[in-house]
Design a protein. Structure first.
Length: 105
């Protein structure tokens, strides 16, 4: 997990626009993924994303929590399983990716 300072230093950005999720990082070309499912009625809330071809598993099954301007997202990197909750993974869990993001003004 990147610290808040690392996110600022690396210039990581996520832009949600319609059914597209664009991930950018300073000095690298941004990648866009397709949001294929958004289910805010699920518990926890579910988000399914199709990464660009050749950039990971065919589908990434995420869970999320949105509280005002803060978004928490958790997913398993191989895309096989959807996490059961939105919680910071243990340091020994190298297969999960957790992000906490705040909407820019």
């Amino acid at each position: 997990m990147l610290s808040e300072e690392e996110v600022k230093t690396e210039g990581v950005t996520l832009i949600f626009a319609g059914t597209t999720l664009t991930v950018g990082e300073k000095g690298r070309k941004a990648d866009s993924a397709e949001i294929v499912k958004l289910d805010p009625s699920a518990s926890p809330k579910a988000l399914d994303v199709k990464p660009p071809t050749g950039k990971g598993p065919p589908l990434v099954l995420m869970v999320y929590e949105l509280d005002g301007k803060r978004l928490k997202v958790l997913f398993v990197k191989d895309g096989k399983d959807r996490p059961k909750s939105v919680a910071i993974p243990k340091a020994t869990d190298k297969d999960s990716a957790y992000m906490e993001l705040e909407k820019a003004e």
